[in-house]
Design a binder for this molecule. Structure first.
Ligand SMILES: C[S@@+](CC[C@H](N)C(=O)[O-])C[C@H]1O[C@@H](n2cnc3c(N)ncnc32)[C@H](O)[C@@H]1O
Length: 219
């Protein structure tokens, strides 16, 4: 397992995101995302952070009416593949290469708007970051999400005991970072599975948490 405060290096993503060979590039949406769509959780303005090659985003946009979807990723190559795939599927998504570890309140991007997203989706991104990076990332979430918006996080959990892969997220981590003092309410943390390619370093079916975390209304 990755050491507790060790981020996965950005160099890794620049090397493998968008190649079609990354362990998470399944070529289909995550089953956990399909279930969330079936539950009717997605609505309004949606931001998919770390969208990769956008199989989740394209599925959501194809199956939910009356939404606007923006999808960002650190890696321009992944965004290029995602954009081509969306065009082929005739799906309208705004894509942009953005680093969620930049201070977004100080830089101009083409797509992102302050306090504008009803739903922010994070499928297997948060578990990449060091403790210091997490602070920057959460500040950016707070900058982007609407009051009463929902942050949906699917990340490897402390129940995943196999060697390798990203950090494991604990309930204690989530309670500390998304506390009432910081204007968040954790609505639920459930066990789920984040599927990976069977030929990857830890095999498929990563044990994960699906967390639904609400930004307070009167923030
Ligand atoms: C495990 S992949 C998940 C991709 C996609 N969400 C999915 O479930 O198929 C993590 C993604 O986060 C992106 N990423 C890593 N660090 C990032 C950062 N600082 N800002 C934005 N995206 C980042 C990577 O390039 C990669 O595409």
């Amino acid at each position: 397992m990755t050491a507790q405060d060790e981020a996965l290096p950005q160099e890794l993503f620049f090397r493998i995101s968008g190649t079609g060979d990354s362990p998470w590039e399944l070529g289909r949406p995550q089953p956990a995302i399909i279930k969330l769509v079936e539950k009717g959780i997605f609505h309004g303005e949606i931001l998919d952070i770390g969208c990769g090659i956008a199989d989740n985003a394209i599925y959501i946009k194809n199956h939910v009416e009356n939404i606007n979807l923006t999808a960002i990723d650190l890696v321009p190559k992944a965004i290029e593949v995602a954009r081509e795939k969306a065009e082929k599927n005739n799906v309208n998504i705004q894509f942009e290469a953005v680093n969620m570890l930049d201070d977004l309140s100080t830089i101009t991007t083409h797509t992102l708007k302050q306090h504008s997203y009803d739903i922010i989706l994070d499928a297997a991104v948060f578990h990449m970051f060091s403790n210091d990076d997490r602070q920057i990332y959460v500040k950016n979430l707070e900058y982007l999400i609407k009051p009463n918006g929902l942050y949906i996080q699917i990340c490897f959990s402390e129940k995943e005991t196999r060697e390798g892969g990203p950090r494991r997220i604990t309930k204690a981590d989530l309670n500390q970072l998304f506390s009432a003092d910081h204007g968040w309410t954790i609505e639920s943390i459930e066990d789920t599975v984040y599927e990976l390619r069977p030929d990857g370093p830890i095999g498929t079916d990563g044990r994960a948490y699906l967390s639904l975390i609400r930004r307070n209304k009167n923030i």
